[in-house]
Ligand binder design. Structure first.
Ligand SMILES: [Cu+2]
Length: 407
């Protein structure tokens, strides 16, 4: 959406007003009750369960999934229960779970419970402790959970992992960790190789051109919405071919958990944490600075999607989004043009600016973002939006209206 000179000036003056104020943290708000708050998983569902004689019973279906990383960027991947990544399993330490796994893939499959201390016959390594599940078959996994923390489930076939077969497995302690958080988020970081005009990931490739958080690439990642003064936890799991240095703007956090659970205090402060392959890292911070704060992988090639490939000097789009098709070199609506002799400068062009506000407009979590925001969000990027209570309530109302009206 091109924005007018007038709105540009309004934004400029709004920014000047904020800059004139004293920059200081807002007060923290009172902690919530002693029970853990439920995890929010932007863009991902939770796996429902029934209770049979005190056992939580889940049904997990391994199957091909059609999805989009961005609007009009279709992808044929594999996942669970129609979702990629799969729906999050959320339980409590001490629970006994029964997970009925059905294989609707065209080949053998086995589910592994990553980090959970369970007997070898349910660990899910095909051939070692158990036979693989044949296509059309199913198997029941039943075990008790004596740990707590951020775990995940995934296929134990590596190429199936690269097709998207992973999901969060969150185990809460019976009493919330101290200090208690108001918001608890779960994110899965993945990398993909998908060539122009293809919808199927090339799982044999060693170079990765699409980077996703919970199955979406920026700017289609859904922001995490937080009220000023709340304490926030973000759980991050990486299943890809690269380690991701995850950076949070404008805030200092503590890394409070790994894939093996809670880290004892004292915690080390930071603003960038490496989430290695197959690791989980939980970070926490007090959201005392209002603003829209970027959370992203800091590997430069992970801070963009591959919108095109340069073939004999021509840009071939990897992305059929109509007028947005190519990388918008040289001219951008509402932005200053490139210098007159730009092509004489070796290395030109490098910018990847592409405003897609209109394609993202329907998402309540994007309400009130500055015009042009979407151009800054690419690849492995999302937002933590620390907003005042009226804005928070407005976004909740928009979400409720959208659920009622459908999308
Ligand atoms: Cu990365």
């Amino acid at each position: 959406m091109p924005f007018s000179r007038r709105s540009f000036l309004q934004n400029l003056f709004a920014g000047a007003a904020v800059a004139g104020q004293e920059w200081k943290p807002a007060p923290t708000v009172a902690p919530p009750g002693p029970r853990p708050v439920l995890v929010e998983t932007p863009d991902l569902p939770k796996l429902p369960f029934t209770i049979d004689n005190g056992v939580k019973v889940f049904r997990l279906v391994a199957e091909p999934v059609k999805t989009t990383f961005l609007p009009e960027r279709p992808v044929d991947c594999w996942g669970f229960n129609g979702s990629m990544p799969g729906p999050a399993i959320e339980v409590t330490q001490g629970d006994r779970v029964r997970i009925i796994v059905e294989n609707r893939l065209p080949e053998i499959f086995s589910a592994h419970w990553h980090g959970l201390e369970v007997p070898p016959e349910v660990d899910g390594v095909p051939g070692l402790g158990i036979d693989p599940i044949p296509p059309g078959g199913s198997r029941t996994f039943e075990f008790s959970l004596h740990q707590h923390g951020t775990f995940f489930y995934h296929s134990h076939m590596p190429m199936q992992e690269m097709m998207g077969m992973i999901g969060l497995f969150i185990v809460h302690p019976p009493q919330a960790y101290e200090p208690r958080v108001h918001r608890d988020f779960g994110l899965i970081w993945q990398g993909w190789s998908i060539l122009p005009n293809n919808t199927v990931p090339n799982t044999l490739a060693m170079e990765f051109n699409w980077l996703t958080i919970n199955g979406k690439a920026g700017p289609d990642t859904t922001p995490m919405i937080v009220k000023t003064g709340e304490r926030v936890r973000i759980r991050m799991v990486n299943l890809s071919m690269d380690h991701h240095p995850i950076h949070l703007h404008g805030n200092t956090f503590y890394t409070v958990g790994t894939e093996a659970g809670r880290i004892p205090q004292p915690w080390e402060p930071g603003n960038t944490v490496i989430v290695g392959v197959a690791q989980a890292r939980d970070i926490e911070f007090d959201a005392v600075y209002p603003g829209d704060w970027m959370l992203h992988c800091h590997l430069p090639h992970h801070m963009m999607n591959q919108m095109g490939s340069s073939i004999r000097g021509e840009v071939v789009p990897n992305y059929p989004l109509g007028e947005h098709a190519a990388m918008g070199h040289a001219t951008h609506p509402g932005m200053p043009p490139a210098a007159p002799e730009a092509w004489a400068v070796k290395g030109y062009p490098q910018d990847m600016w592409m405003v897609m506000d209109d394609a993202m407009a329907a998402k309540p979590e994007n309400h009130g973002l500055r015009p042009g925001w979407s151009a800054a969000m690419m690849g492995m990027m999302t937002l933590v939006r620390v907003v005042d209570p009226p804005t928070f309530d407005r976004i909740q109302a928009l979400k409720a209206g959208q659920q009622k009206g459908g999308r």
